[in-house]
Design a protein around this ligand. Structure first.
Ligand code: HEM
Length: 400
């Protein structure tokens, strides 16, 4: 390949998440259907191809595409028992007609009205946090600022009592690692223990709402058990929405703050915030892409993707495609088509939490810009998490 240096993805190396763009540009130009030995997957990198694949769920199937549970060791699988295939009926992991039914149920909790009703609460959570943190003059943005408001909002949305938030947060992190990023065998067993404890907790939450419903997501989904949903589907939905709320939004926020500070674009004037959020997602997306399985042999750009192959739709690459976004490595705060990125996916699996995610990002940038207008980066190296599917920072030291 013309960039000469890098030949394949490498989840263990720093560039994989931090700076893959030269490599991805080479793939878009020369190998738009790339077989990655490292990922064990074919990779689509052009915007048009990624979009077409998302839009064609018959040929690009989601069934079983979300987890790496296939790669768990025998011992871990034994320990997990019937839960070894956790997420097998999660909405993002199934095709129609199951998907259509699950999606209809989960969407009931994300009406535009329900989402906009959360804005005031989220704003207040940010203000409260800053009342505590602002006097310090410095912080790690990731652990001290970025996560707390989203975690608290999601907990309230789901119906997790405040006293249990820490417990839930720790366990969500563990099961994310177990099912979505490769782990050594000993660590798998530890994580499996944590995961089973967590499942017990969610089970008890569902049982308590079945007895005494409240105004929360768990009660709404529990009320559909028997008619539209199974018990297991409800447990998986709650678990994954806790993850969606606890992790992706804070990751995207920290990526965005880092970008805005580096570009000298802090604080963002309120009229520009909406587009700035989209441009930050485009250029530093928290999600790198989605996996699919080829349902049949697929011929594309003179390559045959054999049926049953794993395929990565690289939204990270699509968001940097020069044929859609001129000068893609440049941050343009008012880029007219910034929202043509597919960081929330596209098509039938388009992120059901996208409006809520966007609302949180806009609100957080608004409150943070007003309360910490002098925010700047401390002089510390930037370290990204190692992940196949996500982009996030392990820490981000800031001062003001
Ligand atoms: C910036 C934050 C977020 C990003 C980058 C993100 C990204 C994504 C992506 C790429 C997909 C598509 C997966 C696929 O096609 O295989 C997706 C689906 C989904 N997301 Fe999000 N998400 C975010 C926030 C949220 C939030 C806040 C929630 C819930 C509170 C959520 C819940 C879901 C659910 C349930 C699905 C599955 C939808 C389906 O399969 O029909 N996400 N998300």
């Amino acid at each position: 390949m013309s960039n000469g240096m890098i030949e394949d993805f490498d989840v263990g190396s720093d560039w994989h998440v931090a700076a893959p763009y030269e490599f991805l540009a080479g793939l878009r130009r020369e190998r738009p259907v790339f077989h990655s030995e490292h990922l064990g997957a074919y990779v689509l990198t052009r915007h048009a191809d990624v979009r077409a694949a998302y839009g064609d769920p018959k040929r690009f199937s989601s069934e079983g595409s979300l987890t790496i549970s296939r790669s768990l060791t025998r011992e871990t699988r034994d320990k997990l028992g019937e839960h070894g295939s956790f997420l097998s009926s999660f909405v993002a992991n199934v095709d129609p007609p199951d998907h259509t039914r699950l999606r209809r149920s989960v969407s009931k909790a994300f009406t535009p009205r329900a989402v906009s009703a959360m804005e005031q609460h989220f704003r207040q959570l940010n203000e409260d946090l800053l009342d505590r943190v602002a006097p310090k003059g410095e912080a790690d943005f990731v652990s001290e600022i970025g996560h707390e408001p989203s975690i608290k909002l999601t907990a309230r949305f789901i119906g997790v009592p405040e006293a249990d938030e820490g417990f839930v947060q720790a366990h969500v992190k563990d099961w994310f690692q177990l099912f979505l990023s490769p782990q050594p065998p000993d660590r798998q067993l530890e994580l499996a223990d944590s995961f089973l404890t967590y499942l017990d907790y969610v089970d008890r939450l569902v049982a308590s709402r079945a007895k005494e419903p409240r105004d929360d997501f768990t009660s709404l989904m529990t009320s559909l058990i028997g008619s539209e949903l199974s018990h297991r589907e409800v447990v998986e939905l709650i678990s994954t929405i806790l993850l969606g709320g606890n992790d992706t939004v804070p990751n995207q926020l920290a990526n965005s703050v880092l970008r805005l500070l580096r570009e000298d674009a802090w604080p963002v004037p309120p009229p520009l915030i909406q587009n700035a959020v989209e441009e930050c997602m485009r250029i530093d997306g928290a999600s790198l892409g989605s996996f699919r399985y080829a349902a049949t042999d697929i011929s594309l750009h003179d390559v045959i993707i054999p049926g049953k192959s794993l395929v990565l739709l690289s939204t990270d690459s699509a968001a940097h495609d020069e044929t859609v976004f001129p000068d893609p490595e440049r941050f343009v705060i008012d880029r007219p088509n910034a929202d043509a990125h597919m960081v929330f996916g596209y098509g039938i699996h388009f992120c059901v939490g996208a409006a809520l995610g966007r609302l949180q990002l806009r609100t957080a940038l608004d409150v943070l810009g007003r309360r910490l207008p002098g925010l700047r980066l401390a002089d510390e190296p930037i370290v990204y998490r190692k992940s196949i599917v996500g982009r996030g920072l392990t820490a981000l030291r800031v001062t003001w």
